[in-house]
Design a protein around this ligand. Structure first.
Ligand code: ATP
Ligand code: MG
Ligand code: MG
Ligand code: MG
Length: 440
């Protein structure tokens, strides 16, 4: 992409309404624009990152054997009356009446809708196990939308639902989700720690939230410091292997790690030696639930069991805050000059800065670098504008691409360009082909 043809409306001033770094940086880097309270337009670069996260989530869900689909944002109130949540959900639910006077709502989550799909089409235990998911916009009329996309009203969520014959099978689905979430967050360059949590309006018995440690997080967290050394890494996992998934679950959840809702000071002291006790704040980027027959019973989602008798299915639901993650990644990875994108989610891989636009040699060198970056299957963002060098550098630092290649007539005389790492700030002079090789 050439910056002169792109739409990257960077702001010089720090927007007054933004209280935390990720919100400030997303506005300044031209990633989002507020449309109304808690509602954002995703401008091209923000949209690009959002799509990358979405792709990672899809890939990891499909790898775990979960099946993508899509449900609508608007739902009929009738299903929610059946589950009993139409009244329970309260003011966070945006209620709408259509022209025929029918009660509708903008889905805050999809347990009812998916259970209805399930009961309409699945009749036998032989069709289980089944896990369906979608990535769709949700609306929750948050009392205090804030921190940009972190607590929006309209936000993008991946929500998945498992249907199983027994509690044990449903716990395997739970563990599969835990493993796939660990992989998902690590691919995004994040450490998200599973912590025991309260189930809230979804209801249920077993639940873990995934938290990214950050001072600006809205949850208080209490944990054993050993937990921060755990990495899933690039180990192989067979998602059908019940014992293997369970062992990862135990490895990642056996140490004390809880949010303020479930924290118990006495247990904390008993289980964790003082030197390892940590207290801080975290951002909830996902949650997994096992809730048994909470929806299948009232909504009649049963299958014929092996003995021919109908049994309500065991269910769980599993969410990832896709749009919140964009903010969480920035919160975890920035400095005072701007964003520092992890490689796996960066909107472009390298920025090419032409120090002397219009100089035929510099222009030609930039074009050649542009082509060779593309030939590697990577995306360059070429700053081919007439801006001063200082302004170009400031933009590059702000938008935080992992690499910058700076091209100017002086270096070219010696056959070199400058390659700079955004994360370390280290620069080196190299022939153009060598600089491109290093990025690959
Ligand atoms: P929170 O405690 O932050 O209100 P939640 O527990 O109500 O979140 P869940 O029902 O668990 O949310 O939804 C799954 C995921 O969706 C959350 O883990 C979070 O990452 C994301 N999410 C929830 N509410 C919002 C929101 N208002 N804006 C952006 N993302 C959200
Ligand atoms: Mg909430
Ligand atoms: Mg929560
Ligand atoms: Mg939650």
């Amino acid at each position: 992409m050439r910056l002169s043809r792109y739409f990257l409306p960077v702001l010089k001033e720090t927007p007054a309404e933004a209280q935390i770094a990720s919100h400030r940086l997303m506005l300044r880097a031209g990633m989002i624009k507020q449309a109304s309270a808690g509602n954002y337009s995703w401008l091209p670069m923000g949209f690009k990152v959002l799509r990358k996260l979405e792709n990672i989530v899809h890939e990891e869900q499909i790898r775990a054997g979960h099946i993508p689909m899509l449900m609508p944002t608007l739902q009929s109130a009738d299903l929610w009356r059946e589950s009993g949540r139409y009244d329970d959900y309260g003011e966070e639910m945006l209620r709408i009446t259509d022209r025929h006077g029918r009660d509708m709502l903008y889905g805050p989550t999809n347990e009812e809708l998916i259970t209805d799909i399930f009961r309409s089409h699945v009749g036998s235990y032989k069709e289980l196990p089944l896990t369906l998911y979608h990535i769709q916009w949700k609306f929750r009329d948050e009392i205090r939308p804030r921190f940009g996309v972190m607590r929006g009203r309209e936000f993008l969520m991946k929500d998945g639902y498992n249907f199983d014959l027994t509690r044990e099978d449903a716990m395997h689905a739970y563990n599969r989700h835990l493993v796939s979430y660990l992989r998902t967050y690590e691919r995004m360059g994040l450490q998200a720690i599973p912590m025991r949590a309260e189930s809230g309006p979804i209801g249920g018995d077993d639940t873990h939230e995934f938290l990214v440690l950050a001072e600006t997080g809205e949850s208080g967290v209490f944990y054993d410091s050993e937990i921060t050394d755990l990495r899933f890494g690039d180990r192989e996992i067979d998602y059908d292997d019940v014992a293997a998934c369970q062992s990862v679950m135990e490895e990642f959840t056996s140490r004390y790690a809880r949010t303020d809702d479930t924290h118990d000071e006495a247990v904390f002291h008993e289980r964790v030696p003082e030197a390892r006790r940590r207290e801080g704040r975290g951002i909830e980027v996902g949650q997994i639930f096992y809730f048994g027959t909470k929806y299948s019973e009232p909504m009649g989602a049963t299958v014929q069991g092996p003995d021919g008798k109908p049994v309500p299915v065991h269910m769980g639901s599993h969410g990832i805050g896709v749009s919140r993650l964009v903010g969480a990644i920035i919160e975890a990875s920035h400095d005072d000059k701007g964003i520092i994108w992890p490689e796996g989610v960066t909107p472009f891989h390298v920025g090419i800065v032409n120090l002397k636009q219009g100089d035929s040699e510099a222009d030609a060198a930039c074009e050649a670098i542009y082509k060779s970056v593309e030939a590697l299957g990577l995306e360059p963002l070429y700053d081919d504008t007439d801006d001063r060098a200082g302004a170009k550098f400031a933009t590059q630092d702000l938008i935080g691409l992992p690499w910058r290649i700076t091209v100017g007539p002086r270096g070219l005389k010696n056959g070199v360009v400058e390659l700079t790492s955004r994360r370390t700030g280290a620069s080196e002079e190299l022939p153009p082909e060598k600089a491109v090789e290093k990025i690959a």
